[in-house]
Design a protein around this ligand. Structure first.
Ligand code: GAR
Length: 206
């Protein structure tokens, strides 16, 4: 990695298809202002960890149990500082970070959410549940959003959004897949590049 590149940590909990999109984008040069230095999971069995290992990226597991939220965040912060991380990317990270943590990394944490915020977002809206609710409501257009993380769940400044059509025959699973493919996997890498580039222009570290 070059001296100028921003150091990125990706936080995951599950399958890691968004992480894969970031790894692929890095290989293709779509992401060139930043470099993924570490992938951190709060679940020991997350498949995302295998994706990272396959790409020769360092991994770590920090679980919430038995210590609880405060101890979890303490360990996480210590690792992020040790790795001199500039940007934290939540890519399917299914745990809410405390106000204290988020404030420490103001405008340095981004998240991908599988809806067009402010629809179907906030506490309790994650993963498949978001698509179940969108179908229940009967919306004809949904999508994905990448945003900065602040103390309000899914409430931070929006970086990119992309709309996706809902089809009559959609199930939560088919809709989730289309939103990932057409929106999330495209806008998350673009957002990471944009934020890293903006940070490079602005200079300075966390
Ligand atoms: C993605 O659809 C992501 O947007 C969503 O979980 C999925 C994770 O998939 N995240 C949230 O709902 C966060 N509120 P992945 O592990 O394959 O990237």
């Amino acid at each position: 990695m070059s001296q100028m590149q921003k150091r990125v940590a990706v936080l995951v909990s599950g399958g890691g298809t968004n992480l894969q999109a970031l790894i692929d984008a890095q290989h293709m040069g779509i992401i060139h202002s930043g470099s993924i230095e570490i992938v951190i999971s709060n679940k020991a069995d997350a498949y995302a960890l295998e994706r990272a290992q396959r790409a020769d990226i360092e991994t770590a597991v920090i679980e919430k149990k038995p210590g609880g939220q405060a101890e979890f965040e303490e360990k996480l912060m210590a690792l992020l500082q040790e790795k001199q991380i500039d940007l934290i990317v939540l890519a399917g990270f299914m745990s809410i970070l405390s106000e204290n943590f988020v404030k420490h990394y103001e405008e340095r944490i981004i998240n991908v959410h599988p809806s067009l915020i402010p629809s179907f977002c906030g506490k309790g809206y994650y993963g498949l549940k978001v698509h179940e609710e969108a179908l229940k409501k009967g919306v004809k257009v949904t999508g994905a959003t990448v945003h900065f993380v602040n103390e309000i769940p899914d409430g931070g400044k929006i970086i990119f959004q992309k709309a996706v059509q809902v089809l009559d025959k959609d199930t939560p699973e088919t809709l989730q897949k289309r939103v990932m493919k057409q929106a999330e996997w495209k806008i998350l890498p673009r957002a990471v590049e944009k934020v890293c580039k903006d940070m490079m222009m602005a200079g300075g570290k966390v």
